[in-house]
Design a protein around this ligand. Sequence first.
Ligand SMILES: [Zn+2]
Length: 122
Amino acid sequence: MHALSSIGRNDIEFSRRIPPTLRIEALNNIEFTCHMCGLGPGEIDSATGRRSRLRVGYLIDKSLGGKDNPSNLWAACSICIQGSKNITSEKPTARWLLLQIRRAGQEEQREVLKWLLKKFKN
Ligand SMILES: [Zn+2]
């Protein structure tokens, strides 16, 4: 777990649409890491040597029924967003996704299941 004091003030940037109360709640409850490469805020990317800066946005947009809740937030690092790692241009394979899901905790697996059931319910 990263101590929050070791993270620079500018290492996490929230979408302007996220209200301040939710930002504070999220910072107190979530250890943010890039959902694409796993870097934490302020960590150095070994491939590019650059310091990661996380951008936090809604996982499900509020206009689509997403909630103002820390579990509805998503983070990606500046390096992935800019495509420097070439991760975002390629879609993950089913095999890779299943591997990630198998490694995840039961709570996360249930979240994935809930999301898939909701997405494919018709
Ligand atoms: Zn990243």
